[in-house]
Design a protein. Structure first.
Length: 190
């Protein structure tokens, strides 16, 4: 592996890069119908190799700037993408926070892969980047994501009304946060 790949017990987490375009387009297309009720409506380019390559170039540039780190999951021994996990909107200075997001292939749910990837993102955020706060937003009807929030000790900070457009409808989301109290409040910069 290289410095752009994180390794867990069963997974490789590959930093978003245009070379993954065919695999990411395949993942997006395989899960299009299943994700419709939990994601914004996507343009057709999101499901095509050429179109997704543009998105991946932007994701890679964001990672190089240190503002967003999107990874694509493959099982060890396979190059089939089975999910994605991201810590985005990374802020340093006096905030030291990020936003966690994730999704897993419909055929790989319930096997602990998403939890394994989330655990690695928490490590990246708290130990590598030395952030103080990870936030996540979850729709009240998304039971699997609510279970992940509980598993990792995220605290529910309340309900944000109609805060995200999901499949052309404004949806409420719970706001969750996980804090890293080992980061000093006196340390204002990276």
């Amino acid at each position: 592996m290289n410095r752009y790949t994180l390794v867990t017990e069963r997974l490789y987490l590959h930093l978003a890069h245009p070379r993954l375009a065919a695999q990411v387009a395949d993942f997006n297309l395989r899960n299009k119908e299943d994700m419709m009720d939990v994601e914004p409506r996507r343009p057709s380019a999101y499901y095509e190799k050429k179109g997704i390559k543009r998105y991946l170039k932007l994701d890679y540039a964001d990672a190089m700037r240190g503002s967003d780190f999107r990874y694509y999951l493959t099982e060890k021994g396979s190059d089939k993408i089975i999910g994605t996990v991201c810590i985005g909107q990374v802020l340093f200075g006096s905030v030291k926070s990020c936003v966690l997001s994730y999704k897993i292939d419909k055929d790989y749910r319930g096997k602990g892969y998403c939890s394994e990837a989330v655990d690695e993102m928490i490590y990246l955020a708290f130990h590598t980047l030395r952030l103080h706060r990870i936030e996540a937003q979850v729709m009240p009807r998304n039971k699997p994501s609510l279970a992940i929030m509980e598993k990792f000790g995220f605290e529910n900070e309340g309900l944000s009304k109609k805060c995200f457009e999901i499949n052309e409808k404004w949806e409420d989301h719970y706001r969750f946060a996980l804090l890293n109290d080992t980061v000093s409040a006196k340390q204002n910069y990276r």
